[in-house]
Design a protein around this ligand. Structure first.
Ligand SMILES: [Zn+2]
Length: 471
């Protein structure tokens, strides 16, 4: 099968492509059928229009607002979870385009808990773990989430609102204005609903058709509308059915939770780590998901498509859906944040890549990998497709292990991941710089370069490599 992501990325304009591709995770156990000439009775346009008609019937007119959130709000039950809201569908659309009251979602309690735990993880990355207030807030939110049930009336509405407001202020870095939306994760209970939401966005902002299309949508189960919300589907395309038929297959509860945590982490890093390169945000999303769910199977690459800081452009196009399961960095490879697997692959000259088809050693790629000007090694670029995929898998796992190394407890004070994150968050609030900020922050905080050399004393990645090698 051709790389699904390449068909997506080719048609995307660079800024949106960056914001979007990270959110793609594909759910297929088998290759999707090729797109047919005649889509089977559904269209992005039609479903989008039907959603907008539903919101218009509730008084939200497209002439008044082009903000997708305004149109989705009356069709959802909004659950405040700290700096986030989880939007549970109150209305559902089926594959024929008919809307009806949505069935109650099972398992939303776990998703609320997941969102709360993610925020508890992020609080020290923004406020400082020495702040009792921030630790206390995290604990309080987690306690609140553990007791949350659908339809439950708050025991003390005022106190709960104050808790969510405080979380909003900490994580967004500003107090909540009355009309301001928090970070939103919107659940889509069917492929039809995913299609309706995407179609409504295109209807409101025709430019978005640069990245939203029927063929793209038939392959994805979640996406982020930049600056607005993350949409996470509860279903995938039913195995062995044409994607365009929109026959749903319920995703496992763990998979939905993984997708939710991964994308919620993206919402936080997009807002508070604006200066970090793409590999940092991707790895953080994978690291957070592994911390909280202990499994992760996204196609996101730690150094993926259109990385701002590196020239690793083609990478995510190499992350094929099917062969990833042959990678040493899947399945049990996720245990311990890939450290054991990377140690096994480490050679004096770099990391060994296994050909995913033959399982034989194919290449050794030199380090470092994470520098500002990192490029795909020529030996990889001209290697076979299965070796290039192995490289993409390697670069998905490698920065996650690097973050876990930075997040080891310090003798005193915050971990280095927390210190770097805090400085990034502070700079993100002050200035809207991109690209160079992480490298500058590492230089300021540690006096070292990042990804410039293998030296354990003068380069942070070099220190990580020495640690991996047991030196
Ligand atoms: Zn991602």
């Amino acid at each position: 099968m051709p790389a699904l992501l390449s068909t997506v990325s080719e048609r995307l304009a660079p800024p949106t492509r960056h914001a979007l591709l990270c959110a793609l995770a594909l759910a297929f156990a088998a290759p999707a059928a090729p797109a047919r000439q005649q889509p089977l009775g559904w269209s992005l346009h039609e479903f989008g229009e039907r959603l907008l008609a539903e919101s218009a019937a509730r008084g939200v007119e497209r002439e008044t607002t082009k903000d997708l959130r305004d149109h989705l709000a009356p069709l959802h039950e909004r659950v405040r979870v700290g700096a986030f809201e989880l939007w549970l569908p109150a209305k559902g659309v089926d594959a024929t385009g008919a809307w009806s009251p949505a069935r109650e979602l099972r398992g939303s309690e776990r998703l609320v808990v997941g969102l709360a735990r993610l925020q508890a993880l992020w609080l020290p990355r923004i406020e400082g773990s020495a702040s009792a207030n921030s630790a206390q807030l995290g604990t309080e939110l987690e306690r609140w989430a553990a007791q949350w049930r659908p339809g439950r009336k708050p025991a003390n509405a005022e106190r709960e609102a104050a808790l969510h407001d405080a979380l909003f202020e900490h994580l967004h870095g500003r107090p909540r204005a009355d009309a301001a939306y928090p970070h939103i994760v919107c659940l889509a209970p069917s492929r039809a609903q995913l299609c309706a939401i995407a179609g409504a966005e295109v209807a409101l902002r025709p430019n978005e058709s640069q990245w939203i299309s029927v063929s793209w949508l038939s392959h994805c189960r979640e996406f982020i509308v930049p600056g607005a919300l993350a949409v996470v589907s509860l279903v995938s395309v039913a195995t062995d059915t044409p994607a365009l038929e929109m026959r749903d297959e319920l995703l496992g509860a763990d998979t939905v939770l993984e997708n939710l945590v991964h994308n919620a982490s993206h919402l936080l890093s997009a807002a508070r780590h604006t200066g970090a390169p793409r590999w940092w945000k991707e790895s953080l999303a994978i690291y957070d998901t592994l911390r909280l769910v202990a499994s992760e199977d996204s196609l996101c690459s730690g150094a993926g498509e259109s990385s701002e800081s590196s020239k690793l452009g083609a990478l995510s196009q190499w992350m094929f859906v099917l062969s990833r399961h042959k990678s040493r960095y899947r399945g049990r490879g996720v245990e311990g944040f890939f450290v054991a697997e990377l140690r096994r692959a480490l050679r004096p000259e770099g990391f060994e890549l296994l050909d995913l088809d033959t399982n034989r050693p194919a290449l050794v790629v030199p380090t470092p990998h994470l520098g500002q000007e990192a490029e795909i090694p020529a030996s990889v670029a001209k290697a076979s497709a299965t070796v290039r995929k192995a490289y993409a898998e390697h670069l998905r796992a490698y920065p996650v292990a690097f973050l876990s190394f930075l997040d080891r407890p310090a003798a005193s004070g915050p971990s280095r991941l927390e210190s770097i994150s805090r400085e990034l968050a502070r700079l993100s609030a002050e200035e809207r710089t991109r690209n160079v900020t992480l490298y500058r922050v590492v230089d300021t905080l540690t006096g070292r370069t990042l990804g410039e050399s293998n030296s354990p004393t003068s380069d942070l990645e070099g220190e990580f490599l020495a640690w991996l090698a047991g030196r």
